[in-house]
Design a protein around this ligand. Structure first.
Ligand SMILES: Nc1ncnc2c1ncn2[C@@H]1O[C@H](COP(=O)(O)OP(=O)(O)OP(=O)(O)O)[C@@H](O)[C@H]1O
Length: 189
């Protein structure tokens, strides 16, 4: 069982603007948190703090290994999707998890396609496959259903449920329902 995510007294400064302060929450193994709030309220910034991509202005974050999927999915344009995902899986020590992750996000049939030819929804599914492959207990997802069709959103919902059933956690910035059962809510702004 992984350790919980603990956030205490978190504050975020971007430019000269204090986006939020005194943010406290805990997500237990198997739990999920919806980050809600209007555009510009700091949801993406909070995810980036949790991912260690931005330093906190104040506060403390402790928790397990994390895997972050932002708005943009970075894929090398000339590489095939299979080669690209294998590269990341090797770095994450998750090559054995890759086939199941590609099947779960329905990208196995795209393995030979150069990444520059992927549609935006296919790119997002590829990014989610990378998160599944990582083996990280905590998934940090920024509007993960943006650009996904109904069937793909359902696959993501299944993947998140399976992850949580195994003691994993999900923190997601959302503008609506993404199929997470009984999430905690944190509203910014
Ligand atoms: N590098 C930066 N320097 C200064 N300000 C920034 C920087 N990046 C983002 N901001 C500002 O921080 C604020 C919060 O942005 P953020 O992307 O975290 O919001 P959000 O809640 O995720 O918005 P959205 O719902 O539109 O995705 C915005 O006002 C944005 O302009």
């Amino acid at each position: 069982m992984s350790e919980p995510l603990h956030v205490e007294g978190l504050a975020c400064l971007r430019g000269d603007r204090l986006l939020f302060e005194d943010v406290d929450f805990m997500v237990a193994p198997g739990g999920a948190l919806h980050l809600e709030g209007p555009n510009g309220s700091g949801k993406s910034s909070l995810l980036r703090l949790l991912a260690g991509l931005l330093p906190p202005f104040a506060g403390r974050i402790t928790g397990p290994e994390r895997s972050f999927l932002g708005h943009e999915v970075a894929l090398k344009p000339r590489m095939t999707l299979g080669a690209e995902l294998s590269h990341w899986a090797r770095l994450d020590g998750g090559l054995d998890r890759l086939p199941a992750a590609m099947a779960a996000m329905n990208v196995a049939g795209l393995a030979e396609v150069p990444c520059r030819h992927l549609s935006s929804g296919q790119r997002r599914r590829a990014g989610l496959a990378r998160v599944l492959t990582s083996g990280a207990a905590l998934w940090l997802l920024d509007e993960p259903t943006a650009g996904l069709d109904t069937a793909s959103s359902a696959l993501l919902a299944q993947a998140m449920a399976a992850h949580r059933a195994g003691g994993g956690m999900v923190v997601a910035a959302v503008h609506g329902d993404i199929g997470l059962a009984s999430p905690q809510l944190l509203r910014l702004g």
